[in-house]
Design a protein around this ligand. Structure first.
Ligand SMILES: [Cu+2]
Length: 113
């Protein structure tokens, strides 16, 4: 029983150590329009290596990204958001991806309803 306890404690230390690489950034995503944009970004970023999770705040138009700083960086994350069709900080949206977005997700799209 004592050995098992020791193994559990060592595993816990390892798990905490692994979490040390996780960093959080807040990215300005000013062109998001609606809940569908939110889903596109959150689901899209989940597929990118090194990104653990992301949360889009529609009210502030900011996207919080939790990532592994050893596997990716801010520039790659901005590029990934751009590839999904949205502006990320100074990185403009990839035009081809933007054109493929539903009408409601394009700039001003929610104003036409
Ligand atoms: Cu949208």
């Amino acid at each position: 029983m004592k050995l098992i306890n020791r193994v559990i404690i060592m595993l816990s230390i390892l798990i905490v150590a692994c979490n040390g690489d996780h960093a959080t950034i807040s990215v300005n995503t000013p062109t998001i329009q609606c809940g569908m944009c939110q889903k596109t970004i959150e689901v899209g970023l989940k597929k990118i290596a090194g990104i653990n999770s992301s949360t889009v705040d529609l009210a502030t138009k900011k996207t919080k990204v939790i990532y592994d700083s050893e596997k990716t960086d801010i520039k790659s994350i901005e590029k990934a958001i751009s590839d999904l069709g949205y502006q990320a900080n100074e990185q403009l949206a990839d035009l081809a991806s933007y054109e493929l977005l539903p009408a409601c997700c394009k700039i001003g799209g929610m104003d036409h309803k």
